[in-house]
Design a protein around this ligand. Structure first.
Ligand code: KG4
Ligand code: ZN
Length: 357
């Protein structure tokens, strides 16, 4: 079964074709990073406008790359009617991110998917973006195992859950304020590093001493599986405020390393504790921050050696992409195909919560 995935929840326009939820036939991503670097972060209207510009070219390229070649016929009018000529006949269903994310960005993908599904009479599957990140781990040969302890860490979300089966979750905790990726981005800004901050902090941290600045770790005894990163962000703010621009330049690597160590230690420790408590068969990292090498290292160190640690080795699959949305759509569809037979509008929801399916 070939699913066309569409993802526009934040600042990546992406379309992909995935076969049977596991095999990527194409995964085209148009990143807006260069655009948002100018403002140091994502401006929602600017992101939405760029999605509108990119969605059709990205869709065409994804179909072409998947060898669902575009026919070159010209309509009787003499003009190429591109939409009518998209070879969606070879696609079995369309999956699209319905939330969470920026509303104005989500609407572009949702509108495109709804239109294509209506014209081509294809099942339309709304997908939760976080679920998409989790299913990124299915896009490789080895099949993940249930139950798994899953840490989702992105710019907008940060959850810890036990994944018992397809669409069966037990929630352990989430962030009470900032997501880890958001903290990486904000601290990078304080250090004068460009957007997105995560990879920049990782780079700067390489030359730094992670023990130089003892930054706070929020262990949160009330629910030790919850997270909080606003305290550490404020601590870095006060630390950098006291420094002259020259001193800050010199301290940049040490602050980056100390910050990365503190955040990764909290994430990895909580994940390892959850894995031990719930006796899982494996542990998974999902979302943009799972690209962080120190997080992967620490998680491996803290986990009992018999528990496998899974993450996307391919960095493209850690951050936002439509292949993961197509994969999640496939497993959703397989569980209840009848639910997606009839065309229904999708209500894009910026705060969409993960729900069992
Ligand atoms: O999953 P994602 O692409 O978008 C959201 O769903 O939010 O994640 C983006 C986040 C950004 O905050 C970015 O700074 C962070 O992932 N990120 C990283 C790394 N690569 C991306 N954070 C830490 N280390 C990295 N290597
Ligand atoms: Zn994401």
């Amino acid at each position: 079964m070939k699913i066309l995935g569409i993802e526009t929840s934040c600042d990546e326009t992406s379309c992909a074709v995935v076969e049977n939820g596991r095999r990527i036939l194409s995964n085209v991503i148009s990143s807006q990073i260069a655009l948002h670097r100018k403002t140091g972060g994502v401006v929602p209207e600017v992101a939405a406008r760029e999605h509108v510009v990119k969605i059709i070219p990205v869709l065409e390229m994804a179909l072409k790359k998947a060898k669902i070649a575009l026919p070159q016929k010209v309509a009787p009018s003499g003009r190429i009617n591109r939409l009518a000529e998209l070879p969606l006949g070879l696609i079995d269903a369309i999956a699209v991110t319905a939330g969470p994310g920026l509303l104005s960005s989500l609407l572009i993908g949702v509108n495109a998917a709804m239109t294509l599904a209506l014209i081509y009479k294809k099942p339309l599957i709304p997908v939760n973006h976080i679920e998409g990140h989790i299913y990124g781990n299915w896009l490789k040969d080895e099949t993940p195992k249930f139950p798994a302890a899953v840490l989702t860490v992105s710019g907008g979300h940060n959850e810890l859950l036990i994944w018992k089966g397809h669409g069966e979750y037990k929630f352990l905790g989430a962030t009470l304020d900032d997501a880890a990726g958001e903290a990486f981005d904000k601290v990078a800004r304080l250090l004068g590093l460009p957007y997105p901050g995560g990879p920049e902090i990782q780079k700067a941290a390489k030359a730094g001493d992670p023990t130089k600045y003892p930054l706070p770790r929020a262990w949160l005894p009330k629910n030790p599986f919850d997270f909080s990163f606003s305290g550490i962000k404020t601590a870095v703010l006060y630390l950098t405020k006291k420094m002259s621009p020259r001193a800050l330049r010199q301290a940049k690597s040490d602050i980056a390393a100390s910050f990365q160590e503190a955040v990764c230690e909290v994430l990895a420790t909580k994940l390892a504790n959850a894995a031990k408590k719930y006796k899982v068969r494996e542990v998974q990292l999902a979302g943009g921050v799972s690209a962080n090498t120190r997080l992967r290292e620490l998680a491996r160190e803290l986990l009992p050696s018999k528990i496998p640690l899974r993450f996307c080795a391919n960095l493209t699959l850690c951050t936002d992409n439509a292949a993961m949305i197509a994969a999640a759509g496939y497993f959703r569809y397989k569980k209840n195909p009848a639910r997606y037979k009839k065309w229904r509008p999708i209500i894009a929801d910026p705060n969409l919560e993960l729900r069992a399916f």
